[in-house]
Write a protein that binds this ligand. Sequence first.
Ligand code: COA
Length: 281
Amino acid sequence: MSDTASGPGWGECVTTEVKDGIAWITLNRPDKRNAINPGIVREMTAVLNAMEGDPDAEVLVITGAGDSFSAGQDLKEYFRETETWPPHERERLFADNAAWQWRRLMHYRKPTIAMVNGWCFGGAFQVLVGCDLAIAAEDATFGLSEINWGIIPAGIVTKSVSMVIPQRDAMYYIMTGETFTGIQAAEMRLVNKAVPQEQLRAEVTKLAETLKKKNPHVLRAAKSAYHHVRQMGWEQSLEYLMAKADSTTFRDRDRGAEKGMSQFIDEKKYKPGLGAYDRDA
Ligand code: COA
């Protein structure tokens, strides 16, 4: 895929740039603080579909245009204007939204990073938690603002938040609607780290480069296994993980485990404790 901002089904509310193996996906409604409207739902679905099969897009980064990551669901276009839609169409929109923000992202075939460059509210938390990893600008502003305008953090926001941050922090921000910074988000582990705004893209690029060096098939199995075992007991987890490990190795066209082992034990080319084996060897 070329370095073009648009593609089949996107380019207005979402733009993309695929460069050096990284797909930079930008929510592009800066005048509306990248609030998630039906257009973003439609275009993000198209983007995720397209990137899944694009060999040039090895790692996905989701970010926002201008000074916002995303101001959450669009109160006007997503909520108010759809009240008059036929119920089945509104329900389909909500289901499509849950699909891309949560289920699709969480189990996406490729690694995903949220690059939180600014405002991040409400429904944007689903995107944030849906991504595998997240790096924020220190001065980004986060908020579970739903309580401030009279709803609970629905969609799947409350569940998302409860999976990644401690109860006291989750309850505090759900109940007060107060904002917090990128630095605080890193302290409560909502994001992996916070860096000064001017270093944000470089830091995300560095992380993406690390992920690019790993065997993508094994990476996919590892993240999927993580999400599944969180819902299982110990005995089930052991059974599942042993079976998953076998099927991962069996289906790995790169023969990663074999190469990794022989480059360490026989060829003494690298140290697995300190970095990845050479996939091209
Ligand atoms: N839904 C719909 N429109 C939104 C929006 C949202 N979530 N967030 C921002 N906008 C729109 C504003 O209505 C405004 O539109 P207008 O220019 O047509 O009047 C435009 O984006 C700019 O917003 P503004 O409030 O002027 O920007 P700001 O930089 O002063 O403040 C925010 C930014 C994010 C603090 C503020 O816009 C806000 O509180 N947004 C709502 C956040 C929220 O509660 N999201 C949860 C939704 S689940």
